[in-house]
Design a protein around this ligand. Structure first.
Ligand SMILES: Cc1cc2nc3c(=O)[nH]c(=O)nc-3n(C[C@H](O)[C@H](O)[C@H](O)COP(=O)(O)O)c2cc1C
Length: 421
């Protein structure tokens, strides 16, 4: 469509949209419910609209178009935290409390952003976090995301709530070593083992358990936004698993290809606490390395290391679980100290800039994950949008490293950041 027409149409949509304030907040990094003053002039809105991925100057340009394209309930679900969304906002805002101490007098004419993660050589420390049901953002869903990851050489962790079959995602990413698998096991070990075997057969090499969902977070803004969407959620989603009960859990899971042909007859609930006992039972049934995602304290990090977990993933599910008042970047230092270099650490939550990636690396993360931004790119321009999101973040990281005197990831240390007092 002619870009001017698209702009005008989009502007009209925005001005009429109940999500206008959400957009304003989103461009303020948070995505949380609006501060009263968070409206933007029509001119600024118009400038924010882009018609191709290459026009995006930062991730927020992709978010603007993504919001336009994504159905209101799905956008609301994507941008929801829990309770009043405070922890989700804090994830992002905390990066602003962390300042970069730039060093000069160093030759950074060449910058190397490569890392090694569990024996895998990656050209970038930026990884794609597991995000369920990506077809809600674009028909290509996880296949589009995987194709983008392949083009730009990033690692992708696929959620077991993938809306596309794992075989298609694996084909799209090509090199299977770049595909990890995150498993929601349900309360039935047999279901977990079946799903894990399918992932292993598809060639995934690392199994991620997400420990922060023993119950579903109180997603208030999700429910508010769904109310503004006239379509009944159950028509696409099966029943709501948050309303506990076997029928709900089974109907919900059957909609997802990883579970659609698994015997779900005994499943009573989708949610289950991830205990180390449970992980031990699974461990003997798989050759995959095991990561635990959702760790935010030194105590749990230590337990992971002591129990042979291969990687600790600092995450609070993008602020969608407990409204803790603590961001993941604030949790990272205690986890890093507890792990003491014994296993690698990924951190995600609120990463929106290359400088955020830099700060997380400076505090001791081995790699840094993004969640919502990949959906912004996907919703905006499909696979090409995800590619652009990755390109922009990588570009920002590279520039930062060049400017602040760190020619390699190993050169980035805690001396490069300080907390604003
Ligand atoms: C819409 C949505 C779906 C998600 N689905 C999953 C999932 O299936 N498995 C999982 O471990 N984490 C899931 N997460 C959490 C992400 O993996 C990641 O921890 C979080 O999004 C990072 O924060 P960010 O979105 O601010 O980058 C989801 C998050 C969102 C927003």
């Amino acid at each position: 469509m002619d870009p001017d027409r698209l702009r005008r149409r989009f502007l009209g949509y925005l001005l009429a949209s109940p999500f206008l304030p959400l957009l304003g907040a989103c461009r303020d990094r948070s995505g949380a419910p609006p501060a009263p003053q968070a409206t933007r002039s029509a001119d600024a809105m118009e400038q924010a609209l882009i018609a191709s991925p290459q026009e995006a100057l930062d991730l927020f340009d992709l978010a603007t178009v993504g919001q336009h394209n994504i159905a209101p309930a799905h956008w609301g679900s994507l941008m929801s935290g829990s309770d009043d969304d405070r922890t989700m906002r804090l994830n992002s805002e905390s990066f602003e409390r962390l300042q970069i101490r730039a060093r000069r007098l160093i030759d950074t004419s060449k910058v190397d952003t490569s890392i090694e993660l569990l024996g895998l050589k990656l050209s970038s420390p930026i990884v794609l976090s597991p995000l369920s049901g990506q077809q809600a953002y674009h028909p290509d869903g996880e296949v589009g995301t995987a194709a983008a990851a392949r083009k730009r050489g990033h690692l992708l962790t696929l959620s077991s709530l993938t809306s596309k079959p794992i075989a298609a995602v694996a084909d799209a990413i090509g090199d299977r070593s770049h595909l990890w698998f995150q498993c929601y096991p349900t309360d039935q070990l047999s279901v977990a083992l079946d799903v894990i075997k399918r992932a292993e057969d598809a060639g995934t090499s690392v199994l991620v358990f997400t420990a922060d969902v023993p119950a579903r977070g109180n997603r208030v803004s999700l429910i508010r936004s769904a109310r503004k969407d006239p379509r009944p959620c159950e028509s696409c989603h099966g029943d709501n698993p948050a309303q506990q009960g076997p029928r709900n859990a089974q109907a919900f899971l059957r909609k997802f290809p990883m579970y659609s042909t698994v015997d779900l007859g005994q499943v009573k609930t989708f949610f289950r606490p991830t205990t180390l006992d449970f992980v031990a039972k699974v461990r003997s049934a798989t050759k995959m390395k095991i990561a635990i995602k959702g760790i935010v304290t030194a105590e749990d990090a230590r337990l992971c290391v002591d129990n042979g977990i291969d990687l600790v993933w600092v995450s609070n599910h993008g602020g969608r679980q407990e409204n803790s008042g603590m961001s993941t970047i604030e949790s990272l230092p205690e986890v890093v100290a507890a792990v003491a270099g014994k296993v690698p650490i990924i951190v995600d939550g609120g990463v929106r800039r290359g400088t955020d990636v830099f700060k997380a690396l400076a505090l001791g993360a081995t790699a840094v994950g993004i969640g919502r931004p990949l959906a912004w790119g996907l919703g905006a321009f499909g696979s090409a949008g995800v590619e652009r999101a990755l390109e922009l973040l990588q570009l920002e990281l590279t520039k930062t490293m060049q400017i602040v005197g760190t020619p390699s990831i190993a050169a980035i240390t805690s001396a490069h950041v300080r907390w604003r007092s």
